[in-house]
Design a protein around this ligand. Structure first.
Ligand code: TXA
Ligand code: MG
Length: 315
């Protein structure tokens, strides 16, 4: 199959929507990472997402909606905190896990009777959803296990020839995937940290349930190895460099004198935005070892270190 390259021009946005209406697979930009979209209500289209990514069929997809009516079509939204959370953070990188409605095929939810829903804060993505007039299932548009794509080029590295089209609207603003919050119980539980931080959520809804509890095991995505480049990734402080294997790339707040390449990131937001792209760049340069200076685990730093640990195979 030839994968069409689409731009953010109105005619191409229309084309992306037409492909989706016909059951096609189109990679689309969001504020977090590029997503591999399909009509969430069409079980064959959803099945094609799993096939294209090589994704385990029990790992459920996130549904992207353009408005509250669409969220109501796919999920029960009567949780007492739903309105507070969506008023505060939608459109934006907050995904809510809710009881699913019958319209959503089990092929989309990995067989679960819950469904993950978010309203992306991205003009092109919103236009495509509105034109398609269907909720769009969209996991990150990478091959399963690879770092998530933050540009159209990254999507093509993994999925060229396998999907119908990719719509290029430049690099993603945030760079880590959305915060996933389980709203099926009384108190919300953060299943995956993101740029909507625990601190921000607590400020709106009060204390959360402890994530170390049993329920976290029910978050299917947390079972799988993630975000792994070919290179070996480790967390390290610059002073420990006598133990570094060479040649290595260094990711940190200052350049490293012994590194084959240094990637300088000055704060957690820059780590979030650039980390996946740097992992891919190191693979392209055939650099076998990557050492990452840790950031403090507050605010978005928590999501950053979650992804760094996963890339390092630690969690
Ligand atoms: O920012 C994002 O969320 C990006 C963009 C494209 O929107 N999407 C994304 O999708 O990261 P994906 O498939 O790579 O990650 C979805 C996560 C997985 O960890 C999955 O297990 C979890 O959401 N998830 C989806 N539905 C769920 C459900 N019903 N219950 C629990 N976890 C669910
Ligand atoms: Mg993913």
């Amino acid at each position: 199959m030839k994968t069409l390259r689409l731009s953010n021009a109105a005619t191409d946005i229309r084309r992306a929507a037409d492909l989706l209406i016909k059951g096609g697979l189109v990679a689309l930009p969001t504020e977090t990472v590029y997503g591999l979209a399909a009509d969430a209500l069409n079980p064959e289209a959803a099945a094609r997402i799993y096939e294209a990514k090589g994704r385990p069929s029990d790992n459920p997809l996130i549904l992207h909606v353009a408005n509250a009516r669409m969220a109501d079509q796919v999920a029960y939204t009567d949780h007492p905190l739903f309105e507070e959370l969506t008023n505060a953070f939608w459109p934006g990188p907050l995904t809510l896990v809710l009881p699913k409605k019958a319209d959503v095929p089990l092929a989309t939810t990995g067989g679960l009777n819950t469904v993950a829903v978010r309203m992306p804060d991205h003009a092109v993505m919103q236009q495509v959803i509105a034109l398609t007039n269907k909720p769009l299932a969209a996991p990150s548009a990478n091959s399963s296990g690879k770092p998530s794509p933050t540009s159209a080029q990254h999507v093509l590295e993994d999925l060229d020839g396998i999907i119908d089209a990719v719509l290029d609207d430049g690099p993603c603003r945030i760079g880590v995937e959305s915060t996933v919050v389980d709203l099926t119980g009384e108190a919300p539980i953060i299943l995956r940290p993101g740029s909507i931080t625990e601190e921000m959520i607590v400020a709106v809804v009060g204390p959360l349930q402890d994530v170390a509890g049993e329920r976290v095991k029910h978050s299917p995505g947390t079972r799988y190895k993630h975000y792994s480049p070919k290179a070996h990734v480790a967390i390290a402080n610059p002073e420990a460099s006598t133990f570094f294997r060479e040649p290595f790339a260094w990711i940190g707040s200052h350049s490293h004198p012994k590194a084959a390449r240094s990637f300088i990131l000055s704060n957690a937001h820059e780590y979030a935005r650039d980390f996946y792209a740097i992992l891919r760049e190191c693979d392209r340069l055939n650099i076998p070892y990557i050492y990452v200076e840790p950031v403090e685990e507050i605010g978005v730093g928590k999501a950053v270190m979650d992804r760094v640990r996963r890339a390092a195979g630690i969690s």
